[in-house]
Design a protein. Sequence first.
Length: 349
Amino acid sequence: MSMMATSTRPVTGGVDTHKDTHVAAVVDHLGGVLGTASFPNRSLAHGALLAWMRGHGAVVCVGVEGTGSYGAGLARHLRNEGVVVLEVNRPDRRTRRIHGKSDDIDAVAAAQAALAGRHAGVPKAGDGIVESIRMLRMLRRSAVRARTQCANQIHTLIDTAPAELHDTWAKLTLNRLLEIADHLPTPGDMAQPATSAPWARTALAGRWHWLDDQITELDYHLDRLVPVAAPSLVTLFGVGTDTAGALLVAAGDNPDRLRSEASFAALCGVSPLPASSGRTRRHRLNRGGNREANQALWRIALVRMAHDPTTRAYVERRTKEGLSKPEIIRCLKRYIARQVFPRLGRDLT
């Protein structure tokens, strides 16, 4: 085949991503393997990977595993170069039992999945304000967990403290314990439990206050960024900074990657799944999707059920029709997702 024919023939790429290396594969329009190669997971090597793929022909698209983790940097580079990036799932166990498991095999499978349209979808862009919100939310979530753990450790310390300390501390609330701990003197002999217990409580109190200050700072940044990213979304009844942030992160910086509001509903796990067989026609609860976004829709639904007259009237009507409260909430979540999606598209374009 001539060089001209090679440079113009359509090819599809696939990449199996890892922390240190990326294994790439290229297949032709029939799925035939044209080559595999390994590249370091470094920003300077991303260009070499794309150049290697283009050496086999005109790259139509590239299927990448792990676009939200090890493949995030590569996916951004490919998009910046005008390449269509598709997120692909790992091969299922049945396929791996038949064909085996290796990085080259997985890269070829990613390319063939992208060629056949068996991809999970267009990945999030991860290059705008929503990516910043995602990182801040991740940090806040871990800080809240650590603060709760710290408070639990203070209570556990009280339960196991020497009797004279336990009898005094057990009567105090957490806030009072934190206030007193701020003013305790530095202890002397740490070999004595009566000395080390107050010191440990002081250290835990200092950690709790540090985490609380960090959460307050993160709340300030999120309260500022979320309305900037989605000014119309936060005006919806029952939508606050936290719920709006969760929905933004689920959609990403490029919500246009979602074909319709039904796609967004499926992403949030609020689209009923068919579970029919024979003469039985039914749907079941969708337990997939982004669970944080699903929880955000659930919280919005509860707020509306408690305070929105229109929603309260809807709940009353559906209850008379025989629907249970969980069924009504599922209907409300689907309706809210239908409201949210067009606002995400307007705000982030």
